[in-house]
Design a binder for this molecule. Structure first.
Ligand SMILES: *[C@@H]1O[C@H](CO)[C@@H](O)[C@H](O)[C@H]1NC(C)=O
Ligand SMILES: *[C@@H]1O[C@H](CO)[C@@H](O)[C@H](O)[C@H]1NC(C)=O
Length: 307
């Protein structure tokens, strides 16, 4: 009897010590700012890297859209990574237009690099918008890359689809739940729902036109899917400026323009032109080429009302 109550008392003592040293985890800083913890995921602006895998320091690598690698992009504040997948020898790779032009390696290796960042930065919410131009199988090619990298375990599964912009949980609750990676695919996830965390992009996000060669970035709703209204979608401004190479009709992104294109005035002008489609809201995603040039992070902080 005495032994039993001693054991009971010891168990209570151990439990209360554990409760004291392992409190219910509650993030106080989210994506670098306390103010963002109580904001809905759908009410935050994120800095995005277009063709994040297509980085090279070589100025003659014309198919590059970035100069710095993935860890450096994340270090600069990028929280949306965009990339384009192609199948090479039966394996999913990130490649620009074709793997012969620019091969960024396997999707699995790319995701492992990102996982290292996520493990070291537990209070960060990260989004992927991947394109699937060849319609690669979700269960056979995409899911294994996410599972093997460890990122599938961190991926958020919404309670229903499509989610309105206003329905997303807060950054704080995504972080507290450990499900702090949001994965969108442009094609395939609308018809194949067998991988629940791979979400159909255009049912929830609309995009401005791509391959823009007009430096004033006139806004229009380019790619979108129903059934939600435009205003109930989140939206991405595709803010990269392309140039025709010597009148050949081949367009490339030129880092010489990036300091201006990625400057606060240019990003704000583009965002301002779009807000009418979004009940006055700022863009959710500001997708840039050459994120190391210009003031992308500063513009995003200002759009979030933080600076
Ligand atoms: C978030 O909400 C505020 C207040 O309504 C708004 O000013 C801001 O533009 C919104 N941002 C986004 C990305 O929805
Ligand atoms: C954004 O623009 C680029 C080039 O202008 C285009 O290749 C890309 O598909 C567009 N959309 C996304 C999500 O990157």
């Amino acid at each position: 009897m005495r032994a039993a109550s001693f054991l009971f008392g010891a168990a209570v003592a151990v439990a209360s010590v554990q409760a004291a040293i392992v409190p219910h985890r509650r993030a106080t800083t989210c994506n670098g700012h306390a103010e963002l913890c109580d904001r809905s995921y759908g009410n935050v602006t994120y800095l995005g890297a277009h063709d994040s895998f297509a980085f090279s320091e070589d100025p003659f690598a014309l198919a590059r859209d970035q100069e710095v690698d993935i860890p450096s992009q994340l270090g600069l504040g990028v929280r949306l990574l965009q990339a384009q997948a192609h199948v090479k020898d039966g394996v999913l790779h990130f490649c620009h237009t074709s793997c012969a032009l620019f091969d960024g390696g396997t999707v699995e290796d790319y995701l492992k690099t990102v996982k290292t960042f996520l493990d070291a930065n537990p209070n960060e919410v990260l989004t992927f918008i991947f394109t699937n131009p060849e319609g690669a199988s979700l269960p056979q090619l995409w899911d294994p890359a996410f599972q093997n990298s460890g990122i599938a375990a961190l991926a958020y599964v919404p309670p229903h689809l499509p989610m309105k912009q206003s329905e997303w949980p807060t950054l704080g609750s995504l972080i507290d739940s450990g499900k702090r990676v949001v994965v969108f695919l442009d094609a395939g996830a609308d018809t194949d729902r067998s991988v629940p965390y791979i979400l159909p992009e255009f049912e929830m996000i609309w995009e401005t036109p791509f391959s823009v060669t007009d430096a004033t970035f006139p806004c229009s709703v380019d790619r979108i899917n129903g059934p939600l209204s435009t205003e109930d979608h989140m939206y991405m401004i595709n803010h990269s400026l392309n140039k025709d190479v010597l009148g050949t009709g081949i367009i490339i992104s030129d880092p010489k323009d990036a300091p201006t294109t990625n400057g606060v005035p240019s990003i704000f002008a583009h965002a301002g032109g779009c807000e009418g489609f979004a009940a006055g809201r700022a863009p959710n995603f500001v997708l840039l080429d050459f994120v190391n040039l210009g003031q992308g992070a500063k513009a995003v902080d200002q759009l979030n009302g933080l600076a």
